[in-house]
Design a protein. Structure first.
Lengths: 154, 154
DNA sequence: CCGTATCCATTCCGATACTG
DNA sequence: CAGTATCGGAATGGATACGG
């Protein structure tokens, strides 16, 4: 009865995105993946979450094509988890949340973490760029052409 | 025991934002508020959600300073809900989710809704701008100066 | 070290009935 | 119309214990 209402099939792209990413952990896992985290244990320590639900979220993110597994960069028999192109495309969302939080959820002068520099040599290029000097990445609005296939309302 | 772990106090701005906005409905309510929705019933019809949890979410969003109530623009004795400046600052996040959804959650050519034009004359200026011609708003990355009070790591 | 499985409490959410 | 009250089912999340 109290079936959870799926928002897929909804005509609004925001609704579909929320359906996929709108939970407590998905976005934080993706954030950590942008920071270069790859291993189960790294995510688990970083997020301090129970292993069973981490496993569940990783599975869902892989099923959604946001993360993909590879056979373990070091010798270990286990998986590495890395962002796909679809996952990397979430970068503006992460940055948007980061900046909103910085500007609205911190007391003036209260210290906060910054975008982390990649530790290994893998993809995620957008983030690496920041490292050398003190500048940070910010989303701004710009004009683009109308997108095809649009209908109206909600 | 299974106390929900609060992410406030976390040094990462993304975590704090997720703690506030990372649930199924908060972002969709804010999206509707950007579309000009103001009344309880409007949100309820638009989102198709149960009235009790809508009431709960509206209360929490007001408590967070994201929405604010005013005594009802028409005669009615009830509340209007409108975005505060803090709520309007979520605009890049909404747009980011929208675009990610458009590009990654829709089949090629599948129709989707577009940003709705404001119906009344209230604030939310950023969205109104779009109406006249066919252009849409998109987030892009740009460089900004280093933000003050930053420490390191997640 | 990487997960899976089990258990349990809490929270979420939908349906409905009810009040003013 | 704008909520509140209550209910029950489902999902979430934490704490282990366990096996590869």
């Amino acid at each position: 009865m109290a079936q959870r209402k799926t928002l897929q099939g909804n005509a609004c792209p925001v609704a579909r995105s929320v359906d996929v990413m709108g939970d407590r952990w998905a976005l934080l896992i993706v954030r950590d993946a942008f920071d270069g985290l790859r291993r189960f244990g790294e995510f688990q320590r970083s997020l301090g979450m129970a292993k069973n639900i981490l496993a569940d979220r990783l599975r869902k993110l892989v099923a959604q094509g946001i993360l993909e597994t590879s056979p373990g960069a070091d010798g270990s028999a286990y998986q590495d988890y890395a962002l796909t192109a679809k996952g990397q495309a979430l970068f503006p969302v992460i940055v948007g949340l980061r900046q909103w939080g910085e500007q609205n959820l911190f007391a003036p002068g209260e210290p906060h973490s910054v975008l982390k520099e990649r530790s290994s040599g893998a993809p995620v290029p957008a983030l690496v760029v920041r490292a050398q000097d003190g500048r940070a990445l910010a989303p701004v609005m710009t004009w683009v052409e109308k997108l095809p296939g649009s209908t109206d309302s909600t």
